[in-house]
Write a protein that binds this ligand. Structure first.
Ligand SMILES: *[C@@H]1O[C@H](CO)[C@@H](O)[C@H](O)[C@H]1NC(C)=O
Ligand SMILES: *[C@@H]1O[C@H](CO)[C@@H](O)[C@H](O)[C@H]1NC(C)=O
Ligand SMILES: *[C@@H]1O[C@H](CO)[C@@H](O)[C@H](O)[C@H]1NC(C)=O
Ligand SMILES: *[C@@H]1O[C@H](CO)[C@@H](O)[C@H](O)[C@H]1NC(C)=O
Ligand SMILES: *[C@@H]1O[C@H](CO)[C@@H](O)[C@H](O)[C@H]1NC(C)=O
Ligand SMILES: *[C@@H]1O[C@H](CO)[C@@H](O)[C@H](O)[C@H]1NC(C)=O
Ligand SMILES: *[C@@H]1O[C@H](CO)[C@@H](O)[C@H](O)[C@H]1NC(C)=O
Length: 469
């Protein structure tokens, strides 16, 4: 008796709790009115799904449902107790076998939040979702990837077999190497050469045999890698030479074609040379684009396009051509910058643009900064000061130089280090209030320190009168 009572109370409180948390995190994803993961309806019936959520909703229908189809209706309304929820009703009438698939309701703005149900629309005259026109479908076989014969069915209980033709060999799904799934068809985990050829999915309904036929095709058009020896940005000077090397790694026996697009293509300003080499496992194709003397008009995007049968790849780089070498050095924030003593680190960063890369030296008060103090180091072209101290105040100069072209620039920045005000007397000892003679002359001292020098203000607090407190 006690046991039963306990269970009842426990069960009840458990449910109340669940409901509470439910309201809190409610509709973080939309909710469908069907709780089953799958539905089975018959052809010509009406499919109706209701979805509810906190934000605007959107339906994603199986590819077999035409984009424009007057059998599909979507009615949207506001709902919920305060009318602050979104409801959407999908009606599909009549439902047809080819509409079999996953129906998803998701948030328009948060598309990963979704609810879905898989709907089978059974039709004894159409056991496969797809009806073939006679020629088999091509399925591509890729090295290291599973092979899928996509013979989806309209009834989850359909008995389907996979058959290899010439020689006729029935293949039984063993759920290790061959897997049957009514929503996907047959999957062969690690296809071997045996799987090259003609195959069919077969099922018999009311004594009639239905098939989906496939031919597998092993592609040797596999581009494995495309590589440009300078990705990102190429910066260079007018009159200099540009050479870009596009390297393609592809499977043995594959053929690739490499082409370039670049700003001077119409003028034919580049020469292109090709080379092929073979290694034990794959082929390497090189295409080298050379422009012997660059002009301003050669600046822009250089693309290397690679095609091999149906596969396509491309890679690119941007080329910037400067008229002449230069250094542009400017202050970021005025001639005086401020830091505070005790700060973990402080960075002096002027605006610097230069080509080619200049050498950088930082001076502090006329001496090389990094040699003056171990807390200073140069990072890129910035000077970083660790654990800022009062003594770091001073005049800093950045020298930027490109020796090769005799270009030099410098810039001076004054650093002020602020120090928090301190009262000297406070650090010694806090004096106890003493007694002094009435009418006598007293001097109180306050010594302060800080950068900038602090202002001093005296305040007087009268003592509480005896007997009042
Ligand atoms: C569905 O409707 C079509 C056209 O109205 C009809 O020819 C067919 O027999 C119906 N199928 C079923 C299973 O009711
Ligand atoms: C659309 O609706 C009309 C009228 O209800 C109907 O005659 C027609 O067959 C339907 N289908 C298409 C594809 O237009
Ligand atoms: C092109 O680049 C590849 C990869 O860096 C290199 O192996 C090859 O030798 C280069 N080709 C030429 C002609 O420089
Ligand atoms: C890219 O390859 C070309 C040709 O081999 C070579 O001349 C050029 O210096 C290479 N560029 C880089 C940045 O390695
Ligand atoms: C093509 O050549 C003409 C004449 O030499 C030149 O004016 C033009 O800038 C060039 N265009 C490109 C994209 O190189
Ligand atoms: C250039 O390549 C990068 C990365 O490889 C790619 O993100 C970018 O879209 C490409 N740019 C163009 C214009 O093709
Ligand atoms: C900084 O540049 C000026 C001219 O802009 C030059 O007179 C001065 O000597 C330079 N200072 C240093 C430290 O190189």
């Amino acid at each position: 008796m006690l046991d039963i009572l306990f269970v009842m109370i426990f069960g009840l409180s458990g449910r109340v709790l669940a409901k509470d948390t439910d309201t809190k995190g409610r509709f973080s994803s939309p909710v469908l009115d069907v709780t089953e993961k799958q539905l089975i309806i018959e052809r010509n019936q009406t499919l109706q799904l209701n979805c509810r959520g906190r934000w605007e909703l959107q339906w994603v229908l199986p590819s077999g449902v035409p984009k424009v189809y007057n059998g599909t209706q979507i009615e949207e309304s506001s709902c919920g107790r305060k009318n602050n929820q979104y409801c959407s009703r999908l009606t599909l009438s009549p439902a047809l076998a080819q509409h079999t698939g996953s129906y998803r309701c998701r948030y328009r703005q948060k598309q990963r939040k979704q609810a879905s149900v898989y709907v089978y629309i059974t039709d004894s005259q159409r056991p496969f979702v797809k009806v073939q026109s006679g020629t088999p479908d091509v399925v591509f076989m890729k090295k290291g990837e599973p092979l899928i014969f996509p013979c989806r069915v309209t009834n989850p209980n359909a008995k389907v077999s996979l058959v290899k033709e010439f020689p006729l060999t029935p293949l039984t799904p063993d759920y290790q190497t061959i897997i049957w799934n009514s929503r996907h068809g047959f999957t062969v985990r690690s296809p071997t050469f045996f799987y090259i050829g003609f195959f069919s999915c077969e099922t018999i309904v009311n004594g009639v045999k239905y098939t989906n036929k496939f031919v597998t095709h092993r592609t040797v058009n596999n581009i494995m890698d495309v590589y440009l020896n300078t990705t990102g940005l190429v910066q260079t000077l007018q009159g200099h030479m540009l050479a870009l090397n596009c390297t393609v790694t592809a499977e043995w026996n594959s053929r690739v074609s490499i082409s370039w697009t670049y700003p001077g293509k119409a003028n034919g300003s580049a020469t292109i040379t090709r080379r092929i080499s073979r290694s034990k496992t794959n082929m390497l194709f090189f295409s080298i684009l050379t422009i012997p003397r660059l002009s301003k008009s050669d600046r822009g995007l250089y693309k290397c396009h690679v095609t091999s049968g149906p596969s396509k790849r491309e890679t690119n780089t941007t080329v910037i051509v400067y008229d002449q070498p230069f250094i542009r050095l400017k202050r970021r924030d005025g001639p005086v910058v401020q830091a505070s003593a005790g700060q973990k680190s402080f960075r002096l960063t002027p605006k610097l643009k230069a080509f080619p890369a200049p050498e950088i030296i930082w001076l502090k008060d006329g001496m090389v900064a990094a040699e003056r103090c171990s807390r200073y180091h140069v990072d890129g072209f910035s000077l970083v000061i660790r654990d800022v101290a009062e003594e770091d105040a001073g005049i800093y100069t950045i020298l930027a130089g490109i020796q090769q072209y005799g270009l030099f620039q410098n810039l001076t920045i004054t650093l002020v280090v602020n120090v928090k005000p301190e009262i000297g007397e406070k650090t010694v000892s806090s004096r106890q209030p003493g007694t002094v003679q009435r009418g006598s002359r007293q001097a109180l001292r306050c010594t302060t320190y800080g950068v900038p020098p602090p202002h001093i203000q005296w305040l007087w607090h009268p003592c509480p009168q005896k007997g009042l407190s």
